[in-house]
Ligand binder design. Structure first.
Ligand SMILES: NC(=O)c1ccc[n+]([C@@H]2O[C@H](COP(=O)([O-])OP(=O)(O)OC[C@H]3O[C@@H](n4cnc5c(N)ncnc54)[C@H](OP(=O)(O)O)[C@@H]3O)[C@@H](O)[C@H]2O)c1
Length: 270
C-alpha cells in the first residue's frame, strides 16, 4: 500500500503518517521543508521500523508541484492513497510566482494540479484520494471567475473558507470522474495551523473547543483505510461519518465551473 501524504512535515499530516505506518502503509512524506520532513521520517522509522521516503515541494510554486508529480510517477508504479492535506491560513494577502492568491494556490490549485498529473496512475491503482477540507468551507462563497478574490473583499479567513469549499467541490468532481474521493473536517485541532490568530488562541484556551492533533490524524487514517473512503465517494466527512453540507459544497454545476477555472489557473488541459 503506497500512500502519499502532503503537509506531512507537521500537524495532522505527520500524525496520520504515524498511524498509517503502524498499519503497514509504505509512505511518501511531502512537505516544503526537508529538515522538518526528515524529523518526521525519523519518528515514523522509530515507531514502525520502516523509514518513509520524503519529497520536498513548496506549493507556492506550481513548477515545484509539477516536479513533485514527475518524481512520484518516476518512482512509484502504483499509488494507492493520496492524502491532499497541506494547507494554511494567513492574514497577510500575497500572490504566488504563478500569479494566484497564496491561500487558494496552496490549499486548492496545487493539490488540484498534483492530483490531475497523477490521475492516470491513481485510476490504474484504484486509489483513494482523501482531501483535508474544513467546516470553514461552509462559510465559503467561492466564485470560480474570481479564485484570487481580486474583485471582492479579501481577508485570510474569507479566502480560507473559499479554498476549503473548493476542496469539497474538487472531491465531488473527482468522484464524478470515477475516483474514490472523500474529504473531511478533521476537527478543530491543536496544531501550528493559523497560529497566533484570535480564533485559534480561543480554541486552544477554551475547554472543549479543540481536540488534540491525534483526533484529526485518526480521521484522515479512517478515510484512507476504512470502506467508508470508497463507498461514500464524493462526500464530506465529519467525525468519521458523511455529513450534511450546504448545497454550494456539493453542487455538481459549481464543481464543474471550479474544475474548468482550475484547469486554466494551472495550465492544464482536460
Ligand atoms: N488545525 C485545525 O484546527 C484544522 C481544522 C480544519 C482543517 N485543517 C486543515 O488541516 C490541514 C493540515 O493542517 P494542520 O492543522 O496540521 O496545520 P499545520 O500543523 O500548520 O500543518 C500544515 C502542513 O501544511 C504544510 N504547508 C503549508 N504551506 C505549505 C506550502 N506552501 N507548500 C507545501 N506545504 C505547505 C506545512 O508545511 P510546514 O511544516 O513547512 O509549515 C505543514 O506540513 C490543512 O489543510 C488545514 O487547512 C486544520
Amino acid at each position: 500500500m503506497i500512500t502519499v501524504i502532503t503537509g506531512a512535515s507537521a500537524g495532522i499530516g505527520a500524525g496520520s503518517a504515524l498511524v498509517l505506518a503502524g498499519q503497514g502503509h509504505e509512505l511518501v512524506l511531502v512537505g516544503r521543508s526537508p529538515g522538518k520532513l526528515d524529523a518526521v521520517a525519523d519518528r515514523v522509522a522509530e515507531a514502525s521500523g520502516r523509514r518513509p521516503a520524503t519529497l520536498a515541494a513548496d506549493f507556492a510554486s506550481l513548477d515545484q508541484v509539477r516536479r513533485l508529480a514527475a518524481d512520484l510517477l518516476a518512482r512509484y508504479e502504483r499509488i494507492d492513497v493520496l492524502v491532499n492535506n497541506a494547507g494554511l491560513m494567513t492574514t497577510e494577502r500575497s500572490t504566488t510566482v504563478d500569479g494566484n492568491e497564496l491561500i487558494m494556490q496552496v490549499n486548492h490549485l496545487a493539490p488540484f494540479l498534483l492530483t490531475n498529473l497523477l490521475l492516470d496512475r491513481l485510476k490504474a491503482s484504484s486509489a483513494r484520494v482523501v482531501t483535508t477540507s474544513s467546516r470553514a468551507g461552509k462559510t465559503g462563497r467561492l466564485d470560480p471567475a474570481d479564485l484570487s478574490r481580486q474583485r471582492r473583499r479579501w481577508s485570510g479567513w474569507l479566502q480560507y473558507g473559499d479554498s476549503k469549499q473548493a476542496n469539497a467541490l474538487f472531491t465531488v468532481s473527482l468522484a464524478e470522474r470515477g475516483l474514490a474521493a472523500t474529504c473531511l473536517h478533521p476537527g478543530v485541532l491543536r496544531t501550528d495551523f493559523a497560529a497566533g490568530t484570535l480564533f485559534m488562541k480561543l480554541a486552544s484556551w477554551t475547554p472543549g473547543m479543540s481536540e488534540p492533533m491525534e483526533a484529526g490524524a485518526a480521521r484522515i487514517a479512517h478515510l484512507a483505510t476504512h470502506s467508508d473512503g470508497v463507498t461514500h465517494s464524493g462526500r464530506f466527512f465529519s467525525k468519521n461519518a458523511p455529513a450534511r453540507v450546504p448545497a454550494r459544497l456539493a453542487d455538481p454545476v459549481l464543481a464543474e465551473e471550479l474544475w474548468q477555472a482550475s484547469l486554466a489557473a494551472t495550465g492544464l488541459k482536460e
